[in-house]
Design a protein around this ligand. Structure first.
Ligand SMILES: *Cc1c(COP(=O)(O)O)cnc(C)c1O
Length: 375
């Protein structure tokens, strides 16, 4: 079997009975939108995440949009977020007419640098959205302190880091809001689209719940403009089958990361992921750097791996502030110094990482990497 970037099928076959039983249960109930299955999943997810309030929604991008709507973010407001990430965060900010403000990253963790955030805060800042990239938390305490001083909300984009911890606390539960994505390839993925809003503040979660269901608590008594963004029961049943395995899935990823670290320790031209001592890393991605700030060299390694039957991927080749949507429209965003963001985009390469990865496959990956540099 060829090495895969992600192996959803192998994982499904291991937990097939539980998943299939969940799907059958929903079919029998014919309660397809929300209902008991979604309620049960929300409670179980809450238990897994230190008791934080939870709300299932249609996907992780909607979760962000709903949270911004709940905070009343709109035209004239600014939201600080990293440029080195997936586009969803900035997209939801722009959709509501607010302006994304991009902060540079810490070169070690690839996460938003609190010092850069401090330099970008103004009276127009309404929220700060750290993204816990690749499975490791951003350094949250200094960001929370800044936000508290300035009375702005912190929203943790936890799409890639469900199960990670920061100084013992669960990712997604420390800010006013957290958001999750259950996209199939995420660490807790369903078999379609799904997402969640998290909040320790009951009134805030209530507001998000109202907005996610047409702005109505009672049918035909719509109170505010909302959206139709609900987790469906089929996905909730699949997630209920997978959630009890999340710790084991995480352990499998961490074990695979440890093996890569050992196999690649002596390769002089790359560095393996930095693990911050403030928390745990759940390795949504295992992302190495190819030294030299030269995308040509990194891309050549990627091609060499491909020639050896090994997939790899660049997350993310284009920082958000350089995407056509922002680059070609001066007023669409604001950003500070981007030195570390630009270097990361030139150097990063993510290797195969999933719960089914074997030691033999990882040795093959390491051998191919070594042969490239010795070549
Ligand atoms: C996947 C992802 C999202 C969006 O989630 P969807 O469920 O695909 O909408 C948002 N932010 C980050 C960092 C992601 O990785």
């Amino acid at each position: 079997m060829a090495i895969q970037m992600v192996d959803l099928r192998g994982q499904y076959l291991r937990i097939k009975d539980e998943v299939d039983a969940g799907i059958a249960r929903v079919l029998e109930s014919t309660q397809f939108i929300r209902g008991a299955e979604v309620d049960a999943f929300e409670s179980e997810l809450s238990l897994a995440l230190d008791g934080v309030g939870t709300l299932g929604v249609a996907n992780g991008t909607d979760a962000l949009q709903i949270v911004f709507m709940a905070l009343g973010i709109g035209p004239g407001d600014e939201v600080i977020t990293p440029s080195f990430t997936f586009v969803a965060t900035a997209e939801a900010i722009g959709l509501l007419g607010a302006t994304p403000v991009f902060a540079d990253i810490d070169p070690g963790t690839f996460n938003m640098d609190p010092a850069a955030v401090g330099e970008l805060i103004t009276e127009r800042t309404k929220a700060i959205v750290p993204v816990h990239l690749f499975g490791q938390c951003a350094d949250l305490d200094p960001i929370l302190a800044l936000a508290c001083d300035r009375n702005v909300a912190v929203i943790e984009d936890t799409a890639q880091a469900v199960g990670a911890r920061y100084k013992g606390r669960a990712a997604g539960t420390m800010g006013g809001f957290g958001t999750l994505s259950f996209f199939p390839s995420k660490n807790l993925g369903c078999y379609g689209d799904g997402g969640a809003v998290l909040s320790p503040i009951e009134e805030w979660l209530d507001r998000a719940r109202l907005i996610s269901n047409h702005g109505s608590r009672r049918k035909y008594h719509n109170e505010v403009i909302g959206v139709n963004s609900r987790l469906d029961a089929m996905q909730a049943a699949i997630l209920r089958a997978k959630l009890p395995h999340l710790d084991a899935f995480t352990a499998a990823r961490q074990q695979a990361a440890d093996r890569y670290d050992a196999l690649l320790a002596d390769v002089e031209y790359i560095s393996t992921p930095h693990r911050a001592d403030y928390g745990t890393h759940v390795f949504h991605q295992y992302t190495i750097r190819v030294h030299g700030n030269d995308p040509g060299k990194r891309d050549a390694l990627m091609q060499h791996l491909k020639d050896n039957g090994i997939p790899s991927y660049v997350y993310y080749p284009v920082p958000l502030h350089l995407l056509p949507i922002y680059r070609d429209n001066k007023d669409s965003c604001r950003f500070g110094d981007m030195t570390h963001t630009l270097q990361a985009a030139n150097e990063v390469l993510s290797l195969p990482m999933h719960t089914e990865l074997t030691a033999a496959e990882q040795e093959q990956v390491a051998t191919a990497i070594q042969s490239f540099f010795q070549g």
